[in-house]
Design a binder for this molecule. Structure first.
Ligand code: FMN
Length: 243
């Protein structure tokens, strides 16, 4: 294909790292690459918090699961939607910051465009990475640990480090189950795509020596209860409008 696409295909989440650090130069390179992602009207509504304090890292590792890799990886970052700088700009003009769900959505969208570029840059430098949604287990506690001001909304973490494992590639749905022409397919076609993927997924789990199951079974379990209630209340408390 080409080196960029090859790099994307080489992605696997890495959950075990050596003790080697992530160099400051590489962090700067990944930041610059991440920041070159497109951003709506150049508003750049995100920030990254690099957690270097070992005690804070352990507290975050504990609330995220526990997930000890958060403490043990070479570098750990928290990706946030950041409305703070816009609040300060508006308030400086003597006006009151007022936003709608649009501002929060743009914050989460642009933060994620940044994050994937940031992540890919680290992978291209030879590091392994793993996103950490587990930080949303207890955002009020995370907020206390980091002492975040109004407008800063943590979304997920990112572990980065020199890989100490070589996991196999986790298969994805076939492109034709995700790429549609002009409209959305019928439910029967959607079910057919899911069934094909379930077979591939079971083969993948069996080959990894894991308990064979289907993707559908995992999804049915995951989306039959309301996970992490209270997120809306937390983000509202940080000044985000969700209306
Ligand atoms: C936003 C986000 C949050 C995630 N949170 C976690 C997490 O808390 N812990 C973890 O071990 N993996 C986490 N993952 C990794 C996914 O489980 C992983 O990407 C998925 O199973 C696909 O596997 P692959 O990345 O190896 O291809 C997260 C991924 C994303 C995109």
């Amino acid at each position: 294909m080409n080196p960029t696409i090859d790099q994307m295909h080489a992605h696997r989440s890495v959950r075990k790292y050596t003790d080697d650090p992530v160099s400051a130069e590489h962090i700067t390179q990944a930041m610059r690459a991440g920041q070159m992602a497109a951003t709506s009207s150049a508003v750049q509504p995100y920030c990254v918090i690099h957690i270097t304090d070992s005690t804070k890292r352990q507290q975050i590792a504990d609330l995220a699961g526990p997930q000890q890799k958060v403490h043990d990886c070479g570098a750990f970052f928290i990706i946030c939607a950041d409305l703070r700088k816009h609040m300060l700009i508006v308030e400086k003009t003597g006006q009151q910051y007022d936003s709608s769900l649009e501002a929060f959505l743009v914050g989460t969208i642009d933060a994620s465009l940044f994050a994937q570029n940031f992540n890919l840059a680290f992978e291209s430098l030879g590091y392994g990475t793993c996103y950490i949604g587990g930080i949303r287990n207890d955002l009020p506690l995370l907020d206390k640990i980091l002492n975040l001001p109004q407008g800063v909304c943590p979304l997920y973490g990112l572990c980065v480090g020199v890989p100490d494992e070589s996991p196999s590639s986790r298969p994805r749905l076939a492109p034709d189950a995700m790429l549609f022409e002009n409209t959305y397919p019928t439910d029967a076609e959607t079910h057919a795509g899911i069934n094909r993927y379930d077979e591939a997924y079971t083969t993948y789990l069996t080959e990894r020596g894991a308990q064979p199951s289907t993707w559908s079974a995992a999804i049915a379990k995951k989306f039959s209860y309301a996970a992490r209630p209270g997120l809306g209340d937390f983000f509202r408390s940080k000044g985000a409008s969700l209306d």
